[in-house]
Write a protein that binds this ligand. Sequence first.
Ligand SMILES: [Zn+2]
Length: 94
Amino acid sequence: MNTKKSNYKTTLWSSFGDILVENLKRNLQRKYGEKNIQCDGCGERIEAVSNRKKYCNVCWREKERQLKRKSWHKNKSKYKNTRSLEKTLQTLDT
Ligand SMILES: [Zn+2]
């Protein structure tokens, strides 16, 4: 049974191995083609789908989060009153 199994595997590999290798080569060519850039965050190779995109999906998500945080800081003067209120409460506490 074991021999049968490994035989099957070998057959599978010999018939599909070449195709798999070809596919891998093609993928690599596409991956490292002209339209290929390096992620500004982690250096991962990514496809340059647009001129604006400079990050891989992981870093882009992280960047988006940072941008959101930044915009919050921009608008934080809106919360200034709340913050000074917090401070007053803190001084009252101590
Ligand atoms: Zn990245």
